[in-house]
Design a protein around this ligand. Sequence first.
Ligand code: CTP
Length: 413
Amino acid sequence: MRIVLGVGGGIAAYKVASLLRLFTEAGHHVTVIPTEAATRFVGTATWEALSGNPVSNSVFDDVHQVNHVRLGHEADLVVIAPATADLLAKAATGQAGDLLTNTLLMAHGPVLFAPAMHTEMWQHAATRANVETLRSRGVAVLEPAIGRLTGSDSGPGRLPEPEVIFDAAMALVEGQSDYQLPLAGRTVTISAGGTREPLDPVRFLGNRSSGKQGVALAVAARNAGATVRLIAAHMEVLPPPGVDVIKVETALQLREAALAAAADSDVVIMSAAVADFRPAEVSSTKIKKRDDTADPVITLVRNPDILHELVERRNSSGSAEGEQLIVGFAAETGDSHGDVLAYAEAKLQRKGCDLLVVNHVGADKVFGQDTNSVVILARSGSEPQEASGTKTQVSAAIISRIGFELNHVSPRT
Ligand code: CTP
């Protein structure tokens, strides 16, 4: 496929180098047209080296090839990223002052704008009107992501992650008229990793969760267009870019963070391994071994069941089931009293969540590994769905099932 990648003059231009990589690695021929302002952020040499094609933004280069006509005509797809307020305005009013805007006027194929700018600029009436004009002409304009902007400020206006733009572009080419991603406009809270319950300032009770599944879920949800909050207990992997991270240590901290985040979330996924018990007492000083006293005994008390509490809060808040989707995870080994699925079915009913993702665990299974095999049970009673493969593939299946479940419900405002 021939793609024209127009790069606007914004700080997010550096992220578009990754988008270019995704296009070329998928085998597409990409011509990059940076605006003049864009070359102040990322130089022409970078675009030429990464695309393997010459780069210009002047209608006066290679005039004999009539580039401004040829590029637009030949393109199977035009993607503009970052689409600045200036570029949106120029495109909406049909200006043609440089090679990129000329190409946009000549484009026959689908056109996708991925905006990035400060929140005030995105929300300004002029920009809103320009976006509406472009959309009314059948041009796809992605919603910007919500999150950290150039400085310390944050809000809607962040360039969607390169993978998000890539997926949206491919969906657009495949003729999906609704090019918005399955979780666009949705807020998804995901807990990940394992909690640690302190015994004293240096020791804790923990578990073997690596956080890999939760992080893979966060990536899949982000790529599906969601605003993602990752409540991260102890993890052996780094949180992915493009998600808000809330660090926690103990089950009680995780509970507090999850209840607060759930208040305005469309989806809550409890993939963290939460300790069911914590030491009844936490010593403020290191517990020392002594010859003159008996060995210490650790008394444990129950931690609250956060998943169950999330469901109860949702149900008692008056919001209808389905307005917020709550997803639990179950790690089961099965035993002489019941098999894995029997235990999972009972857990689904007991916890009251909408979906339960069931892992079959054993000494060498799941924890810390890169592959996984799960069954997704639904309280609605629909057929159990199996998903297996890398944790990335399993996460994509879980997120796509969540998108399917949410489909008939409009995003929260
Ligand atoms: N969970 C939770 N709060 C807890 C314990 C677990 O929210 N205190 C959540 C987990 O994040 C997971 C689900 O509940 O989504 C299942 O956890 P699991 O430990 O497998 O189930 P339990 O209810 O603890 O049942 P059991 O220990 O009997 O297997």
